[in-house]
Design a binder for this molecule. Structure first.
Ligand SMILES: CC(C)(COP(=O)(O)OP(=O)(O)OC[C@H]1O[C@@H](n2cnc3c(N)ncnc32)[C@H](O)[C@@H]1OP(=O)(O)O)[C@@H](O)C(=O)NCCC(=O)NCCS
Length: 146
């Protein structure tokens, strides 16, 4: 697989693929403008690291968006989202993309990767297979308004 740093000129294409993927496959209701903003924010944030994965025929198979965060004693890569597009899933591409991001995170000098996952068996298996574990010292808190 081939990897490219995602930059602003890629956002239109990735936002369209992202919107189509979720709306067609996961009952999403993305509008293009929102999808564009989501990807664009991650690409332009300070210390962003976003990668596009392409196969040897130059098909875009997936992407990862995230950025480095600083704490007093540690630098962390926050993986905001990884997506392998329909038709390319379950072929090991997601695993390869995580391995590529890990390589670059270590080169950067960060000591930790964190993310918020969908809490189901599929995602747990995917991330645990990469060596991740569910944090026990933190909880995601939210407050929802109708
Ligand atoms: C989650 C996702 C990135 C995984 O990518 P992928 O390329 O399909 O995963 P891989 O082929 O690399 O699989 C890695 C492991 O996960 C397992 N896996 C992948 N899809 C699975 C599924 N639907 N159900 C159960 N296990 C699954 C594979 O069997 C493999 O396990 P193994 O190493 O024990 O064989 C992909 O399914 C995806 O993009 N989903 C939609 C977006 C999403 O949910 N992103 C994550 C948001 S938290």
């Amino acid at each position: 697989m081939n990897y490219f740093i995602m930059n602003e000129s890629d956002v239109k294409e990735i936002a369209k693929l992202y919107m189509d993927y979720y709306n067609k496959n996961e009952d999403g209701c993305w509008k293009y403008e929102k999808a564009f903003k989501r990807i664009h924010q991650m690409v332009t944030i300070e210390d962003s690291l976003c990668l596009i994965q392409k196969d040897d025929e130059c098909n875009t198979t997936g992407f990862v968006i995230g950025y480095f965060k600083e704490y007093d004693d540690i630098s962390v890569y926050y993986l905001e989202e990884i997506v392998i597009f329909a038709g390319y899933q379950n072929k090991g591409y997601g695993k390869q993309l995580l391995n590529e991001i890990e390589k670059r995170v270590l080169e950067y000098g960060a000591e930790h990767i964190e993310l918020t996952s969908v809490n189901d068996e599929h995602h747990m298996h995917f991330y645990e297979g990469f060596g991740m574990y569910a944090a026990t010292n933190l909880k995601i808190m939210g407050k929802h308004y109708e």
